[in-house]
Design a protein around this ligand. Sequence first.
Ligand code: IVH
Length: 676
Amino acid sequence: MKNSSIKNEYLKKIKLLHKYNKAYFDKSRPLITDQEFDRLKKQVFELEKKYKFLDHKKSPSRTIGFSPSKNFKKVKHSVPMLSLSNAFNEKDLLNFEKKIINFLSLSKLEEIEYSAEPKIDGISTSLIYKNGFFVQGLSRGDGKEGEDITENLKTIKDIPKVIKAKNFPSEIDIRGEVFIQNDDFKNISEKFANPRNAASGSLRQKDSKVSSKIPLKFIAYNYGYVKNMKINSQSAFLKHLESWGFKVNKFNAVIKGVNNLILNHKILEKKRKEIEFDIDGIVYKVNNFDLQKRLGFVANAPRWAIAHKFSANNSVSTILNIEIQIGRTGALTPVAKIKPVNIGGVLVSNATLHNEDEILRKDIRIGDTVTVERAGDVIPHVISVDIKKRKKDSKKFIFPKNCPSCGSLTVKDFNEITKKLDAVRRCTSEGFECEKIAIEKIKHFVSKEAFNIDGFGKKIVENFWKTKLIKLPYDIFKLDYEKIKKLEGWGKLSVSNLKYSIDSKRSISLDKFIYSLGIRHIGLENAKLLAKHLKSSDNFFKLSKDKNMMELSNIDGIGETQIKSIKNFFSNKANLEVLLELKKTLKINNVVSINQTGVLKNKTFMLTGKLQGMSRAEAKSIIEQNSGKIISNVNKKLDYLIIGEKPTMRKVNNAKELNIKLITQEEWAKMLDMTS
Ligand code: IVH
């Protein structure tokens, strides 16, 4: 048989499989029996084995089951599923503890007790139990909303379905990791890149029968919502989990002091290869629940926990080319295209060179033999050059002085704090005039944390840009769907899905809206601060008329750098045009504060001097929890200046002049006592 007819035969079979799959998973209406389906699948495998040139992205050897997810019901987590901040070295760890000690205003000599738990690289899951019955299981999703994967989770033996223990809370959501052991993975390794993918793929199968065929395990480590639980530490909670029938990690330990954490990290890192599942670090949690509660959260990670990652994997490769990428904020980032190498199970063909200074410092050149490192989720990067292997005719890499996309001049900003020039070179064209920046801005606009438009990935942005469907963010809401239908890879269904995703995002919260604009130095946290302060989109748009933006300096957390950047943003014509159009098209929701019933409602505070037994950060968080507001300047809007030890006299005098009430820490505490 000729190769072309073999290929035709092969494609026909794949098309059929796809059709049967769709009927089975999407419509729950099987067209053939399971046996017939398996036979067809086997034929495809055999063809691929015999004829190495056969390959297709829809081949059953590359996918299992049918694209899932769309079919799962989305459910809101009663308590968000957060992520953890990372520590990569001793310094990060010492910093973590220092912050805790400062926040809690503890003595430096105090040894904090931690629950140290090996971090399994799997899929985090939330299991909801009511009156001892496992009633619903959710995937993490975006942390706020997960997918209902109950049926698939029920097939996992490690997950207790009924718990009879008397002390098991009447309502609790137990959190833990679903994963696959390394020896089980060996048997299916040709279908997945790594054990984590295997677990994820299997968990999100529409058909729980498919999940049940892959031996998934579950280890519990945490809880979200709980009703009436009287346990006061993480280690005691882990013991209870075991007594209720959950598996916990056998390497969990209670450890005091950073030095012992480091020792434990070293021991486990050595043992890592012998452990029957993949671990990528150790999670440290402040053991005492009362302290955890006081510490609370920053952004979407707790202050009381951190993941101490294991060191990265390295490989040696050669640099084929150095390309300059242009980011959303105009930063020129050199990227080394390297000869593909496998680093810890992932094929790496790009490695970042960070910036111009890094290239100069390490004298990195095209053709060089380099060591590339890939650590966790961090982008692979070049760590060193093997100069001995360098060819004699190799030339220094010359960094472009003009933007490779729009030709504008590039500059290095002067950093007021370090009094040095920035390491990063930037394109001077502001915003949408530079094609590459504009594309990156749109990618950011539709990204998960911004407008979160389902199915509108980076590739689609690039494709729509090329076909002139979009040029500015608001074009997304005015797409010519008839034109898209005619593009390669698009059909009636996919276009209607896209339209649905876009239309469902015409209403957005103010913080997400501000974040989506991609203003330099305004990340999620700052966008939240701005939204909380400004309250409405009208107030935000009004900023364009306020040359000084003085009112922003009252926001605790927003500094000169941010204000300068916002001013810059509003001084650009194209940005104003984009804002105007978006305003017409979207419904930007005003901020409604959740807790506006606290005793400090409508009251503003400022702190000066050291407080007793409490850090400034904790005081701030207490004020906010009770609906009060913190401002960072003495002005007419200030109601109370809380005076601690050794206050700044200038602030005290200013406050006196403006007739602002001066209160002691005790008086402030009394105001709070009224709550109970
Ligand atoms: S606690 C608020 N404990 O690590 C605390 N997480 O980046 C959140 N993980 O999504 C999680 N082992 O999938 C916790 N013993 C452990 C863990 C663990 C693995 C994963 C989990 C989470 C991610 C955080």
